[in-house]
Design a protein around this ligand. Structure first.
Ligand SMILES: Cc1cc2nc3c(=O)[nH]c(=O)nc-3n(C[C@H](O)[C@H](O)[C@H](O)COP(=O)(O)OP(=O)(O)OC[C@H]3O[C@@H](n4cnc5c(N)ncnc54)[C@H](O)[C@@H]3O)c2cc1C
Length: 336
């Protein structure tokens, strides 16, 4: 699927610079770079611009499926609106987005079961109404939760420029990211870590089967296929690590480092013949991961935890020097 928007004016080189900065900042590969055109790859597809000289320039987006196209368009428009609001105001896509429709990656799911998996995890089994785009390549999504005191929620709609219009103020929707721990066609398992003061975590404990829940996705990273790996993370990353472990070939070798804030280590992390698991506390996480990464040259380093641990990891030479294409080092939550 390909869409474009023609923009009047002489903004080609400014927009080219903006897109190149975006590519550098997020480590996105540049597919094509000439004086008159630029094309960049992202997890969701490709985007770029073409110089039309006196006629201005053209912004192009290409993606597999309406969901990916929407995510790419939504983030590109938001980025342009931040840096060049005059250009954002001119955007009119070739496929004429229908103002007011729901975003294509938005759906309602039914809670089939909510069960206590362990002392600190609640497992939700959901039945998706639109399961097709869910799979191994994109294993995360966002719950879309109204405030508990809002009995008449408003849901997001598309704006004419293709971005998502989210309700604000009292109607604002909480959108925490979660991982699809397992998928069986339209049915998914989601393991929610229970922590104090969490809206999603409290909702997950109290939700009854049969309840409808809104979500948006999928997105984010997928599973891995690597001969050597380091998989590391805290409780919020256990579901993703577990799903990745199950998808790795039998000959993969490496380490799994599980940061545990609690005394009990009772999350069922699957066994893999080539992976050695180690449970560590918060004070030992960064040292353990950086040391494992230095033994994993040529392999893939995957790490996710809270912002403090992740910032410290990113500052370690062993992580900073590991090739960008061979690492995923992500903040999964932050202390507020
Ligand atoms: C790609 C990705 C995948 C994720 N997958 C999962 C998953 O599968 N399972 C899962 O449980 N989480 C997962 N998370 C983390 C989850 O999105 C956050 O923990 C989120 O803040 C939980 O939302 P909440 O509504 O419960 O808490 P919020 O309402 O967002 O936060 C309320 C308070 O809780 C604190 N808080 C948030 N998370 C934690 C925590 N883990 N421990 C202690 N305090 C916390 C916040 O600092 C804040 O003060 C994932 C995050 C990302 C980015």
């Amino acid at each position: 699927m390909k869409v474009y928007s023609d923009i009047d004016g002489l903004g080609f080189s400014t927009m080219r610079k903006l897109m190149l900065n975006e590519a550098t900042e997020h480590g996105l590969p540049v597919l094509e770079q000439g004086e008159n055109r630029l094309r960049i790859k992202s997890d969701y597809g490709a985007f770029g611009i073409i110089d039309r000289s006196a006629n201005g320039f053209r912004i192009e987006i290409e993606a597999d499926g309406a969901g990916n196209l929407h995510v790419l368009r939504d983030s590109l428009v938001a980025h342009i609106a931040d840096f060049q609001p005059d250009v954002a105001a001119q955007i009119a896509w070739s496929d004429a987005v229908q103002d007011g429709l729901r975003p294509p990656n938005f759906q309602f799911a039914k809670v089939k079961a909510a069960t206590r998996l362990s002392a600190s995890f609640q497992r939700l089994t959901l039945v998706l109404s639109k399961p097709d785009s869910f799979g191994d390549r994109a294993i995360h999504f966002r719950f879309v939760l109204p405030r508990p005191d809002n009995p008449a929620p408003e849901w997001p709609t598309l704006a004419a420029n293709g971005s998502t219009r989210w309700p604000e103020g009292d109607k604002a929707l909480h959108r925490p990211v979660y991982t699809v721990r397992a998928q069986r066609r339209a049915e998914i398992d989601v393991d929610v870590f229970l922590h104090d003061g969490g809206q999603a975590s409290e909702w997950a404990v109290g939700v009854a089967s049969g309840t409808s829940v809104a979500l948006i996705g999928p997105g984010g990273g997928g599973v891995l296929d690597a001969a050597r790996v380091v998989l590391a993370g805290d409780e919020t990353a256990y579901p993703a690590i577990s799903r990745i472990i199950e998808s790795l070939p039998g000959q993969t070798r490496g380490k799994v480092i599980l940061l545990s804030h609690a005394k009990q280590q009772d999350y069922p992390v699957p066994h893999h013949v080539g992976l050695t698991p180690a449970w560590v506390g918060p004070d030992d996480f960064v040292r353990a991961v950086s040391s494992a990464a230095s033994d994993c040259m040529g392999g893939y380093v995957w790490a996710a935890a809270d912002a403090g641990q992740i910032n410290a990891l990113r500052n370690c030479d062993e992580i900073a020097h590991h090739p960008k294409a061979q690492r995923y080092v992500a903040t999964y939550w932050r202390q507020t």
